[in-house]
Design a protein around this ligand. Structure first.
Ligand code: SF4
Length: 248
């Protein structure tokens, strides 16, 4: 499917690679990440041209201990990534450990409240409290850098969730490590929130509330929603719904 998407930073000409058969929600991810990446890259370029260069650098994983929430299609996709990984057992164990730690914390209990009933102030409070749990993302790994130092990198970079793709900041890394009202994180505004669009489309198609799943809970969520993950939809209709949701 060919289309032109308008963003504040220019028009994106995109060819969406959709399967020629009914598709599962997880298959939306490979189709839409390029759109998301290109829109975010244009936003980063604009920020730099306007004198606000991005401070994110390879090896900095300060944001990988923040609250990352994914939509149902992303959760289904990530479960497939884990399933296909040579590190499958290790990743499953890491998810279980992160989920147990999150569920036992006040932050985890606060996240149990339905998103629709959560005020913006409460959501911000939770987002600021989450990094204090010092919970590594299950996909974060430590490797040796060329200068001998140890750096932290995303082990599923090409498959990382939309919020990670859309996260570029112009403030120092310390602000991401422990954000607070005194040390706010200033992000480059992006034209799309792919995760929100995917969550809205899922709710439209499957019924029920719009769901935003904390990453440590993603595998357990998929386990409890296997049937929804197997359902098939017409590719063109699915893509049009996501595009409409992206356009807001
Ligand atoms: S998925 Fe990757 S980029 Fe996103 S929080 Fe985890 S390690 Fe970081």
């Amino acid at each position: 499917m060919r289309l032109a998407i308008e963003t504040p930073d220019g028009t994106l000409a995109v060819e969406l690679a959709l399967p020629r058969r009914p598709m599962r929600l997880a298959e939306l991810i490979p189709a839409f990440v390029e759109v998301d990446d290109r829109a975010s890259a244009l936003a980063v370029l604009r920020s730099s041209r306007e004198g606000r260069p991005v401070s994110c650098r390879r090896g900095c994983a300060a944001c990988c201990r923040q609250l990352v929430a994914v939509s149902p299609p992303e959760a289904f996709h990530l479960a497939e990534v884990v399933e296909a990984s040579p590190r499958r057992e290790e990743l499953i164990a890491r998810f279980a450990a992160a989920r147990t730690a999150l569920d036992a914390s006040p932050v985890g209990r606060a996240l149990d409240a339905p998103a629709s009933l959560m005020s913006e102030a409460r959501a911000l409070e939770i987002a600021l409290a989450y990094p204090r749990l010092r919970l590594d993302c299950p996909f974060l790994v430590r490797t040796g850098a060329s200068d001998g130092a140890v750096e932290e990198v995303c082990s599923i970079y090409a498959d990382r969730p939309a919020v990670c793709r859309e996260y570029s900041v112009v403030t120092p890394a310390e602000h991401c490590t422990m954000p607070s009202p005194a040390r706010p994180v200033r992000r480059v505004p992006v034209p799309f929130r792919l995760s929100e669009a995917l969550a809205a489309v899922t709710a439209e198609l499957l019924g029920g509330p719009v769901q935003s799943i904390p990453l440590p809970r993603a595998l357990a969520w998929v386990e409890a929603h296997r049937e929804e993950g197997r359902q098939n939809f017409a590719p063109d209709d699915l893509a049009r719904r996501v595009l409409a949701a992206l356009a807001g």
